[in-house]
Write a protein that binds this ligand. Structure first.
Ligand code: FE
Length: 347
C-alpha cells in the first residue's frame, strides 16, 4: 500500500483524528480517571450531594459524562474569569440571582436560544437576555418562635421595622448575597427611600448582632434570644427535619401585596464552553418535569418549572403568593442595596 495516495490520506486523517481525541481528552481530563465518553464540565457552587444524583441519572440516560468542580460562587466566578478562553467549564451553576447576574455582567455566560428553557422557566426566573435560568426556587421569609408569637401578629417585611419588635428581631449578616438580593428587590418594588427606612427599622429592632448563617440565626430564635427573623425556607426545612418538635414556624409575609421574596438556584452555559450544545441540552433536561421534582426535593426547594409540584414535605408549609418581580433586579440593584445597608449600619 506504500505510495498509495488514498491510503496515505486515510492514515493522515486517522492520525489527525487520534491527535484531536488525545488533545480533547487531555484538556477535559477529570481530576481522577479518564473517560472516553463525550463529557461536559460544570462549575457548581451547589454541593455535590445536591447535583450528583441528577448528573448520574443524566449520564445513565444519555451516555454524556458530567465532570464537576464544586466551590463557593465567588471563587468559581473568579476562576472562570481568570481561565478565560481556556476554561474547561461548559456550565456555571450557582445560587442566587445576584451571583448569576454578577457572572453575566463579567461576560461569563452566552445567550441561549432555547424554546425549551424559555417555556419551562418563567420569565421572572431567568435573565432577560437568556444567559441564565432559574432551576429551583427558595423563599426568603419570616421565621418565628411558636412559643412567643402567633401568625396573626405577623404581616409584612415592612412591619418588622415597627418599634413593637424592638429587641425581638434577629437577622443574618448583610454581607450575605441573600440579604442583598432581598433588599435589592425591596428597592425595586418600594423605591430606595422607603426601603432604606424599613431596613433602618430592622436594625433598630435587632436583639443582637447579625448572625453568620440562617441556621445559627434560627437556633437563636429557637433558644429564645429573639422572637423572629428572616431565613431561606430550605434551612428551616433541614432544622425541622432533624427535630420536628422544634419551636419554629414559617410565615408568608406580604400576601395582600407583592408576595414573598423568592430567589433561585440557576445556571447558564459559559461564553467559552467547549461543548455548548451538549451543555444546553443538560440545562434543558434539568428544567424538564423529569428532573425538576428531584432537583428541588434534594434541597427542599420549590421547582422552577410551574408544571411540577413541590414535594409533600414542602407543600406542608402551605401555599403562598410569591413576589413576581424579575429576580434580575437582585443583581441590577445589588450595589445600591449594599450601600443602603451600609448607610443604616446593618452589619
Ligand atoms: Fe444557602
Amino acid at each position: 500500500m506504500k505510495g498509495n495516495p488514498i491510503a496515505g490520506s486515510v492514515r493522515a486523517l486517522v492520525a489527525l483524528v487520534s491527535l484531536f481525541l488525545l488533545v480533547a481528552c487531555g484538556e477535559n481530563s477529570p481530576p481522577s480517571g479518564a473517560d472516553a465518553e463525550p463529557s461536559i464540565t460544570v462549575y457548581s457552587s451547589r454541593k455535590e450531594h445536591l447535583i450528583k444524583p441528577l448528573f448520574d441519572l443524566y449520564t445513565a440516560k444519555t451516555g454524556v459524562a458530567i465532570r464537576y468542580i464544586t466551590d463557593s460562587a465567588g471563587p468559581l466566578i473568579a476562576r472562570l474569569e481568570a481561565e478565560g478562553a481556556s476554561t474547561p467549564a461548559d456550565i456555571l451553576m450557582t445560587v442566587d440571582a445576584g451571583n448569576l447576574w454578577q457572572a453575566a455582567e463579567q461576560g461569563l455566560f452566552r445567550n441561549l436560544e432555547s424554546p425549551t428553557l424559555s417555556s419551562n422557566i418563567p420569565a421572572h426566573l431567568r435573565s432577560e437576555s437568556n444567559q441564565w435560568f432559574g432551576l429551583s426556587i427558595r423563599a426568603r421569609t419570616i421565621v418565628y418562635a411558636t412559643n412567643k408569637l402567633s401568625a396573626d401578629e405577623l404581616s409584612t417585611y415592612e412591619d418588622l421595622a415597627d418599634p413593637k419588635w424592638q429587641a425581638r428581631l434577629c437577622l443574618r449578616t448583610s454581607k450575605k448575597v441573600y440579604n442583598q438580593s432581598l433588599v435589592a428587590t425591596m428597592i425595586s418594588s418600594l423605591g430606595e427611600a422607603q426601603a432604606e427606612g424599613i431596613v433602618a427599622g430592622w436594625v433598630a429592632n435587632l436583639a443582637t448582632d447579625p448572625f453568620s448563617s440562617d441556621t445559627t440565626m434560627m437556633e437563636a430564635i429557637a433558644a429564645g434570644q429573639c422572637d423572629l427573623g428572616i431565613a431561606n425556607t430550605y434551612y428551616f426545612g433541614r432544622m425541622k427535619k432533624a427535630d420536628p418538635s422544634l419551636n419554629l414556624a414559617l410565615f408568608w409575609p406580604n400576601q395582600s401585596d407583592r408576595g414573598v421574596h423568592i430567589n433561585i438556584s440557576g445556571a447558564g452555559v459559559t461564553t467559552h464552553a467547549k461543548r455548548p450544545e451538549a451543555a444546553q441540552a443538560l440545562l434543558e433536561w434539568l428544567s424538564s418535569p423529569e428532573a425538576q421534582g428531584q432537583l428541588a426535593e434534594l434541597n427542599q426547594e420549590f421547582p422552577a418549572n410551574p408544571l411540577v409540584k413541590a414535594s409533600e414535605e414542602i407543600l406542608a408549609w402551605g401555599d403562598f403568593k410569591a413576589d413576581k418581580v424579575n429576580v434580575e433586579a437582585a443583581g441590577r440593584l445589588q450595589a445600591a442595596a449594599v450601600r443602603l445597608m451600609d448607610r443604616v449600619d446593618y452589619r
